[in-house]
Design a protein around this ligand. Structure first.
Ligand code: LMR
Length: 335
């Protein structure tokens, strides 16, 4: 703790830190984009032994960037050292999707990794550690963490659908030719997969005449139900096709948004999408890791209640819930 900054540094773990998302996110975290401009951080970076040189290079660059909020860097391939005492864990490590694969094709490779990370979390992380799973299949990896990291409360384990949420805001902003910061309250329901349901029926745009519903401004029901939905569902694949690599800067940015809103709170009147353990809200089976609209306050998320769900939305949500049930069965089979 330095003279002019009484705030204790927060320890943030990034797994897969030598990868593309890792490279983008560590700079964002160390610049205060995740925990705020006055919050010092210590970065714990984990990657596989074969990436040790690359990881050390990232560590060197972080030092070279002379970032005032960065109070320490641990770069290691040892899980125990990486997870030790961390307050926030961003779990990116795992096999990435390549062109032609579905996200759930990664279950066989990534679910066993998440079982082992569950025990590292339970044994070494701070007991109140907030966990965000980014690696695919994100919802099912989060479920595996919950099952095998008994010491970490289920409410502290989440998965990333903020990327899809931000993609939805981006599509609406492009369609209406408005600044994306004026669009809010889109919803991603379900799995971070092509069965997710991007829902703009409650979204609004800030205009000179106050907030107006997106569905009124777009006035194209077909676009909202078809093109908008499939563009957001398929966006990850479209980026992979274009870059030959999966989304990285947008994934890193979304992960920062997710943790920032969770820790520092959502603005009044705004909700965001997070993959969380269902409490049965909206008829989604309890214990399913499902993306819901949430608001956050004092470090806790709560699912937005009482939204109208029409038959179209209901059938989309059920399809995603049943895909998650199938993924769970496959995961159990593997483990
Ligand atoms: C994404 O949504 O971009 C990531 O989940 C990568 C992928 O496989 O689509």
């Amino acid at each position: 703790v330095s003279r002019d900054d009484p705030k204790q540094a927060v320890k943030v773990l990034v797994t897969g830190a030598a990868g593309q998302i890792g490279y983008a996110i560590v700079a964002m975290i160390a610049r205060g984009q995740m925990l705020g401009p006055d919050q010092p951080v210590v970065l714990h970076m984990l990657d596989l032994p074969r990436a040790a040189d690359a990881l050390n290079g990232v560590r060197m660059e972080l030092i070279d960037a002379a970032l005032p909020l960065l109070r320490g860097v641990v770069a290691t391939s040892d899980e125990a050292e990486a997870f030790k005492g961390v307050n926030v864990a961003i779990l990116i490590g795992g096999w990435p999707r390549k062109e032609g694969m579905k996200r759930k094709d990664l279950i066989v490779k990534n679910v066993p990794i998440y079982k082992s990370q569950a025990s590292a979390l339970q044994q070494h992380a701070a007991p109140n550690c907030k966990v965000l799973v980014v690696a695919n299949p994100a919802n099912t990896n989060a479920l595996v963490l919950k099952e095998f990291a008994g010491g970490i409360p289920a409410k502290n384990i989440t998965c990333l659908t903020r990327l899809d949420h931000n993609r939805a805001l981006g599509q609406v902003a492009e369609k209406l030719n408005v600044p994306v910061g004026d669009v809010k309250n889109a919803i991603i329901w379900g799995n971070h997969s092509s069965t997710q349901f991007p829902d703009a029926s409650h979204a609004t745009v800030r205009t000179e005449l106050g907030e107006r519903p997106v569905k009124e401004l777009v006035a194209d029901e077909k676009w909202l139900r078809e093109e908008f939905v499939s563009t957001v569902q398929q966006r990850g694949a479209a980026v992979i096709k274009a870059r030959k690599l999966s989304s990285s800067l947008s994934a890193a940015s979304a992960a920062c948004d997710h943790i920032r809103d969770w820790v520092l709170g959502t603005p009044k009147g705004t909700w965001v999408s997070m993959g969380v353990c269902s409490d049965g809200s909206y008829g989604i089976p309890e214990g399913t890791f499902f993306s819901f609209p949430v608001t956050c306050d004092k470090g806790e998320w709560s699912i937005v209640q009482g939204l109208q769900i029409d038959d179209f939305a209901r059938s989309k949500m059920e399809a995603s819930a049943s895909e998650l049930k199938e993924e769970k069965a496959v995961a159990i089979n593997i483990l």
